[in-house]
Design a protein around this ligand. Structure first.
Ligand SMILES: NC(=O)c1ccc[n+]([C@@H]2O[C@H](COP(=O)([O-])OP(=O)(O)OC[C@H]3O[C@@H](n4cnc5c(N)ncnc54)[C@H](O)[C@@H]3O)[C@@H](O)[C@H]2O)c1
Length: 368
């Protein structure tokens, strides 16, 4: 039985550098052997920063590389589907960034292809790995807070109003804040409270974003700057979600503001990205208290990561690769899988339909 996973990365931009490569390096059971990007200057830079690695400009070559066991896809959203399908065809295990595809149909196809090929598959829903999120999940699933009744999530950042690059072109990104930010919160809400069955959504664009960061004119944004939904879970619980990257004052050294709470019949619990090693907890009739997350929830079980090292709002992200490596070596499904990616996407798609048609939408989010 194999004891090591050799990774290839397609798309060597921001997120690969931020947490995928540190995640691979942290675990002695994994190594980076190949990278791919059409941007040759960046490819050369990453080869020298991350090397030694084989470097490709065509993802098909990386997908066919016999020295690669698993591939991380961290490219613009419109190529996720074709790249994931090619990796799966070549028998590679795959972690794909969110949103999994441009819509539910693409994501469901990716899920079914990976399932039928028998490879391990994972959607990079990062925030599931935050220590306080893991502890909130434990409290909810163990029944410690009683019956869940209500979920609320707010994700605000104070980012520049200039161009978002490929992220503001509809055919490359699919949607704006909704697919970039709110989709994570849809995912962790479903993880905590079960499937969402019915939603009413709205999106808005605040600014044209028709200038690049260095002041050059560019085509204006075609996507949302703000996304929101209210919804009912299958369980009968209700949820409220809101997100935007244009909320003045919510910079917080680039981390922004994030609050997600679950209100249950016996108490409430909240997660905050700015302080992910603590939880905000209240029992019936008592005020909220900020408490440390117990040690066993600070890292994924067995992870070699030392939770006292590094910036707390960054380092939990390294546990994503640890989860995929563990799933491959243990012969089990990775969590969250492509199934979860497709399911969250069905809800996000429904937000756009709901707003366009000004109506509630019932969602069938099972990609089987
Ligand atoms: N999970 C998270 O928390 C998180 C955070 C940031 C970004 N993301 C997701 O990661 C993906 C990448 O985002 P990013 O911020 O790193 O973007 P980025 O623009 O910094 O990097 C994307 C890279 O992909 C390369 N690329 C473009 N087309 C390609 C192709 N056909 N084949 C190979 N490479 C190609 C680009 O040259 C670029 O280097 C997006 O899907 C985004 O939604 C997820």
């Amino acid at each position: 039985m194999t004891s090591h996973v050799r990774y290839g990365i397609i798309g060597v931009g921001a997120v690969s550098d931020f947490h995928h490569v540190p995640g691979i390096r942290l675990d002695p059971r994994s190594s980076l052997t190949a990278i791919c990007d059409p941007n040759e200057a960046l490819l050369a830079q990453r080869s020298s920063e991350w090397g030694p690695v084989r470097a490709y400009t065509d993802y098909r070559q990386l997908a066919a590389d016999p020295n690669v066991d698993a591939v991380i896809i961290a490219t613009p959203n419109f190529v996720h589907r074709e790249q994931a399908l090619e990796c799966v065809r070549n028998g590679k295990h795959v972690m794909c960034e969110k949103p999994l595809g441009l819509n539910f149909q693409e994501s469901a196809e990716m899920y079914r292809a990976a399932r039928d090929a028998g490879v391990r598959h994972m959607t990079a829903f990062t925030y599931r790995f935050a220590p306080s999120m893991r502890y909130v999940r434990h409290l909810v699933k163990s029944g410690a807070l009683g019956t869940p009744r209500h979920f609320r999530s707010q994700r605000f950042l104070d980012l520049p109003e200039t161009s978002w690059g490929w992220r503001q072109i509809k055919k490359l990104a699919g949607a704006g804040d909704l697919f970039d930010m709110t989709i994570h919160r849809i995912d962790f809400a479903q993880d905590l409270l079960g499937p969402i069955r019915s939603i009413c959504g709205a999106v808005a664009q605040f600014v044209p974003r028709d200038r690049t960061a260095d002041g050059k004119p560019c085509p204006p944004s075609e996507v949302d700057d703000w996304s929101s939904l209210i919804g009912f879970f299958e369980s009968g619980a209700v949820g409220v979600w809101e997100g935007s990257t244009l909320m003045k004052g919510h910079n917080n050294s680039g981390v922004g503001y994030e609050w997600a709470e679950v209100n249950c019949s016996e108490g409430s619990a909240a997660y905050q990205l700015t302080d992910p090693n603590t939880i905000v907890l209240a029992r019936n009739g008592r005020d909220f208290e900020k408490l440390p997350v117990p040690a066993e929830f600070l890292v994924a079980p067995g992870s070699p990561r030392d939770p006292s090292q590094g910036k707390p709002s960054t380092v939990f992200r390294y546990d994503l690769v640890y989860e995929l490596t563990s799933a491959i070596l243990e012969g089990r499904d990775a969590v969250p899988g492509f199934h979860d990616g497709a399911s969250a996407q069905a809800i996000a798609d429904a937000v756009l339909v709901s707003f366009e048609e000004r109506r509630w939408v019932d969602v069938q989010s099972n990609p089987e």
